[in-house]
Ligand binder design. Structure first.
Ligand code: COS
Length: 406
């Protein structure tokens, strides 16, 4: 693993940082207060080409690698986690699964439009009774001639009310359990498809989070993503991608907390000196910095494996678990450093605290990630699939099998 960034990765990082500072930061507070989706910012992100960053040139993209993608994601989250959620869903949960599982027609139909921001995507897996237990899907898809008819409800769907296309996981044959599921690309203007925002939320206030309802929604067979029965695998692939960008976003939250705490600690005076000169404040700053840098390296390790095309469910789970919980610690410390002002919505620490809380809930709770990591370690279930290396020596010495993403 090379610890040096190449010129392209540095350039992408600078590009995203500049955009985050100039375009996102100045409006983050107002957007949070208004609790409304910022369409103007959305258009700016689209115009800049951020949504197409990872797409190959043939779909209008720039083919940036996963290291650059992680750094972009981090920068956006440093400024605003709600905006980062929009960005992650569009890329990791919609574009990437279409790239991986889509037919040529599906890729040509959706990727250029998703990349340019002409359309927005969302990912519909979670249901009122299928959160951590993702295999317990109640949404059904019944075959009817050239179509499937979808019925059911999804919840906690980011971008749900603003999406033009929804990647929906549904049960086609209940008797086969997770092997009887399919994934569909459902256009949200199809009759019978409706969405309703979930409000109010603790954080991510300017991000759209919605419930989806499907009442006899007819979807042509050509809209199935992946093969019949592959729906659960498609969903797990989506989560492997989404969790990576959540982890990168959590690093951004940590960096944001460090930035505001550094500034405040070197301005605020108590007992005749800057509070940053007190060792107990320095301890909190040091913990935040160590967590942030450790988390960033875990994310970059996952990115490195993704660049090689090697299955990385285990490493991504470790990154997601660590970074989400470290972001909570960082936001907690930022509030502590700000003291009473940390409890005020007039200062940024409270927003990082509220927005950061969801990081260990969505895309797999911390408990789910501990389960994946521990079961892998104990030899109960190999997180990276059959044949993946199981010892640290094999993993680190690069003795991976031939690249297999799923
Ligand atoms: N990539 C590819 N395949 C995967 C996979 C992954 N990351 N994880 C599991 N699979 C495969 C397994 O290999 C197994 O395949 P076979 O049918 O060939 O044996 C199949 O999927 C079922 O796996 P498993 O038995 O482990 O499924 P479980 O129902 O026990 O669920 C967990 C496993 C709990 C890990 C899964 O349900 C999960 O991640 N839950 C959390 C869901 C989540 O994050 N929700 C939040 C969504 S917010 S967008």
């Amino acid at each position: 693993m090379n610890f040096d960034l190449n010129e392209e990765q540095r350039e992408v990082w600078r590009w995203a940082k500049e955009f985050a500072d100039k375009e996102i930061m100045p409006r983050v507070e107002e957007n949070d207060k208004k609790a409304a989706f910022d369409w103007d910012l959305y258009r700016k992100i689209a115009e800049q080409g951020f949504f197409s960053a990872i797409l190959p040139e043939q779909y209008g993209g720039q083919s940036v690698d996963f290291i650059a993608y992680a750094l972009m994601t981090e920068e956006i989250a440093r400024a605003c986690s709600a905006t980062r959620t929009l960005f992650s869903v569009q890329i990791s949960l919609v574009e990437m699964p279409i790239l991986r599982y889509g037919t040529e027609e599906q890729k040509a139909k959706y990727l250029p439009k998703l990349g340019s921001g002409e359309i927005i995507g969302c990912f519909g897996l979670t249901e009122p009774n299928a959160g951590s237990d993702a295999g317990n899907q109640q949404t059904t898809a019944t075959e009817d001639g050239d179509h499937f008819v979808l019925n059911g409800q999804k919840t906690w769907i980011s971008n749900g009310s603003i999406a033009n296309v929804a990647l929906i996981i549904a049960q086609t044959d209940k008797s086969k359990g997770h092997r009887g599921m399919c994934a569909f690309l459902v256009e949200t203007d199809t009759p019978g498809f409706t969405a309703r925002p979930i409000e109010p939320k603790l954080g991510l206030k300017s991000s759209d989070t919605s419930e989806l309802f499907m009442d006899n929604v007819r979807v042509h067979k050509s809209q199935m993503l992946g093969k019949p029965g592959e729906g659960f695998k498609v969903a797990m692939y989506c989560l492997d991608q989404g969790r990576f960008s959540v982890a990168a976003g959590a690093v951004g939250v940590m960096q944001g907390c460090i930035d505001i705490s550094r500034k405040y600690a070197m301005e605020r005076q108590a007992f005749g000196q800057k509070i940053g000169e007190f060792q107990m404040v320095q301890q909190m700053i040091a913990d935040m910095v160590a967590d942030c840098e450790a988390g960033r390296f875990l994310v970059l390790r996952s990115a490195h494996l993704k660049n090689k095309g090697v299955r990385n469910t285990r490493e991504t789970s470790i990154a997601k678990l660590f970074c989400a919980e470290a972001a909570h610690r960082a936001a907690h410390n930022a509030v502590q450093i700000f003291g009473g002002y940390g409890f005020s919505e007039e200062y940024p620490a409270a927003r990082y605290f509220r927005d950061g809380r969801v990081l260990s809930l969505y895309e797999g709770t911390s408990q789910i990630h501990r389960l994946i990591i521990a079961q892998d370690e104990l030899g109960i279930r190999n997180a990276n699939g059959p044949g993946a290396p199981t010892t640290t020596f094999d993993r680190l010495s690069g003795l991976y099998p031939e690249p297999t993403m799923v």
